[in-house]
Every structure is written in structure tokens, then in C-alpha cells.
Design a protein around this ligand. Sequence first.
Ligand code: MD3
Ligand code: FE
Length: 215
Amino acid sequence: MSLFDTLPGIGPYEESLGPGAMVLRQFALATESALLSALDGVTAAAPFRHMVTPGGFRMSVAMTNCGPLGWVSDRTGYRYDPCDSATGLPWPPMPEPFTRLATEAAARAGFPDYTPDACLINCYQPGAKLALHQDKDEQDFGQPIVSVSLGLPAVFLFGGLKRSDKTVRVPLTHGDIVVWGGPARLRYHGVLPLKEGHHPLLGERRINLTFRKAG
Ligand code: MD3
Ligand code: FE
């Protein structure tokens, strides 16, 4: 027992990114093998695909989902959908190690009653990026978002509540988790183009698990 065990947001592996946003460095490392085997099961049933934006652009990040709701984009817009249009079937169930990790991370960051119903899985290959955006397709902005980084490192851009606000760069590496809630929930964010590299478990890829309470 140390002083850090009693103070959320303070400690050698925890960093505050400002009110409502906390990085839990290496929090996912202890369960990486369970996460990666569960990930293989999900992507066998619902393979990664490049979605199209409402404007008609192919996203550089490949995506899939698990859990009761999946985030999708097509020419008609962005939405949460219970089914995968590629198969017509429900998205694969959220694997238990995913749900447990997201719930534990949220609790550690001060959100004790978190039950995600959506997990968007993003796959980045070198050059893939995510432009600055807000996550606002969910019903209840009182619920946090938990993001788990696996594989190659990335630079995360963290902005403010306006697109034009200045951004800070946050390096995220294998096993890092970020919890975004409260006053940070609607801050703009993005991911810089992924650099080339090789990760011993994931190869030339970065995988991000984004847990949300969408419905
Ligand atoms: C900051 N994905 O899929 S979630 C996304 O690395 C997305 O692939 C990121 O942004 C990725 O929409 C990781 C990071 C995130 C999510 C919600 C936020 C950051 C946030 C809400 C407010 C502020
Ligand atoms: Fe986002």
C-alpha cells in the first residue's frame, strides 16, 4: 500500500492529460495474450475493412467491432448498428477479457459504474491516420471512453472543445490505456500518420480498442 494507491491520477504509471483525461501506462500489458487471442476470434468472425466516409473517402484506418453495437460509416452517415453489413449478422460478442479490462481501467480513472456496449477496433498500418474529430455519435456524453493501444507506437493529438484549439501530442505505446470522460469527453482528438516499424506481437500494425457506452 502506498500513497499512490489512494489518489487516482497520481503515480509512476498514471498521467493526467487535464480534467477528465487520464493515461494508464502499460495497464493492458498483464493481459496482452488473452487480449490478442480474443482479438483473433473477433476478426475471424468480423474481418477488418476500410469504411467509407459520408463524403465518399475511404478511411486509411481499417475497422471492425464487437459487442452489442458497432460504429459504422458509409455514404449515408455515421451511426451505431447492431449488425455487420458485411455478414448481416450481429457483431461478435465482446470478449470477457475486453470487458473486464475496460471496466477496470474506467474504475481506476474514477468511473466505477462503466458498462461498455460497443468496442470499435481500429487497425493502423504505416501511413494510416485519424483526422481531428469529436466522438459525438453516442447517446450519453456522461459515459467515458476507454482506449487501449496495442502494437506499434502512435502519436495521439489531443485538442480542446473547438477544432481550432491548440493540440498537444501524446505518445501512446503498446499496453497504454487512456480514459476520457467528464469535461474531456467532447475534446477534439486525432492520430498522426503511423510510422513504419515492427512490433514483436503485432508486426507492422497498431491496434486500438475503443470502448464506449453508445446506446
Ligand atoms: C479524446 N480512436 O476511433 S480513442 C476513434 O487511437 C478514435 O484509434 C483513437 O479516436 C485511436 O474515434 C483512440 C481516443 C479518444 C476517444 C474519445 C475521446 C480520445 C478522446 C473523447 C474525448 C477526447
Ligand atoms: Fe475518436
